[in-house]
Design a protein around this ligand. Structure first.
Ligand SMILES: C[S@@+](CC[C@H](N)C(=O)[O-])C[C@H]1O[C@@H](n2cnc3c(N)ncnc32)[C@H](O)[C@@H]1O
Length: 343
């Protein structure tokens, strides 16, 4: 399939925060491409055979080895798309049990044991532990740095019924039937085999215990004012994550993955909820952190390593985020899929 050139241009920035009622056609960003809908997985193909991967490399990058092809990553070496740059942690640290696990809270009893898989900096994990006053919580993550941050948070809160361990979601270091609740927030979108991870979560949950997962759906994100740069950012995000074998539109697939992992369909409760950023403070925070993530996080590294964007293009996307944040009528919604099931 013939697709336009990748984002490897160096035209000057144009447009301003006041020009936001139409997409900025004066920028060099090419909006003629289809928004990527559906992935290789949907079409019964292995990830990486999606037409999205079949573009020609620009001549300036033709020396790269097979740019755009799916990376050959074992589950042990999967590279978390965002990494843990400060701009990423700034995003995760806003998360609480109330704004990220509301679908689970009515089911918690104070003496339950809970495992949080891919706990990141642990704000949701600590919050959950503080609700399980007679119970206990374990947070696991594949990153030691972020676990240190989570331990520091628990110490700062004086939360005693919590511990953090290094672990791979595919091989949880726990006996079968260990926890009343096994939770994963914004993890499955970053795994090449989310169904295998769900099977592992089911294994360590007690029979009849809860497995609860929640993930964003990038294709379903919505914003105002229109922004060519944000549209391009969303397309690039899909391309980068598909290149690495991950599914950015995880939210809509959670119930399907949970079924595939062998949960009793009668116990599966699918749902959705939204984060919305529209106040001046929220716009400054969300737009500012994404501006930084476009140029400084692992996402930027992976976009460049995959020859999908260069520094100039990424800076354009960052500028688009800053302009969105500055727009007084700016609004951004993140649709999250969520599923509660019984092991
Ligand atoms: C988007 S963050 C979510 C963090 C946290 N749950 C939250 O919502 O704030 C995803 C986390 O999953 C971790 N992760 C990615 N792959 C993993 C794996 N295979 N096993 C364990 N953790 C993993 C990353 O290190 C990262 O901290």
């Amino acid at each position: 399939m013939c697709r336009p050139a990748r984002r490897t241009y160096s035209a000057p920035m144009t447009g301003s925060a006041n020009e936001h009622d139409t997409a900025r056609s004066t920028t060099p960003i090419d909006l003629s491409r289809e928004t990527p809908r559906g992935t290789a997985r949907d079409q019964g193909q292995p990830a990486g055979t999606d037409p999205i991967d079949a573009v020609d490399a620009p001549s300036s990058l033709s020396g790269l080895n097979n740019p755009g092809a799916v990376k050959d990553l074992s589950k042990e070496s999967e590279s978390y798309t965002h990494g843990h740059h400060e701009s990423v942690l700034r995003s995760h640290r806003r998360r609480t049990a109330a704004n990220s696990a509301a679908f689970l809270l009515p089911h918690l009893l104070s003496d339950m044991t809970l495992l949080d898989v891919g706990c990141g900096p642990g704000t949701v994990t600590v919050d959950l532990a503080e609700r399980l006053t007679q119970g206990s919580v374990v947070g696991v993550d594949a990153s030691d740095d972020v676990l240190e941050s989570a331990r520091g948070l628990a110490d700062a809160h004086g939360t005693r019924n919590i511990s953090f361990e290094h672990a791979n979601a595919y091989e949880l270091p726990f006996e079968d039937d260990s926890f009343d609740v096994v939770f994963a927030h914004q993890l499955l979108q970053h795994l090449s085999d989310p169904v295998a991870a769900l099977r592992e979560m089911k294994r360590v949950a007690k029979p009849g215990g809860f497995v609860a997962v929640r993930d964003a759906d990038y294709e379903a994100m919505a914003w105002y004012p229109e922004s060519a740069e944000l549209t391009e950012w969303n397309m690039l995000y899909h391309e980068v994550t598909h290149t690495y074998g991950f599914e950015p539109d995880a939210g809509r697939r959670l119930a399907s993955w949970v079924r595939d992992a062998g949960f009793d369909p009668a116990t599966i409760e699918p749902g959705a909820s939204v984060w919305c950023y529209a106040t001046p403070d929220d716009r400054t925070w969300w737009g500012g952190l994404w501006a930084e993530r476009c140029t400084q996080s692992n996402f930027a590294v992976q976009a460049k390593d995959s020859a999908l964007a260069d520094d100039v293009a990424l800076e354009q996307l960052a500028q688009g985020w800053r302009e969105w944040a500055a727009a007084p009528d700016g609004w951004f919604a993140v649709l999250n899929g969520e599923v509660l099931a019984r092991a």
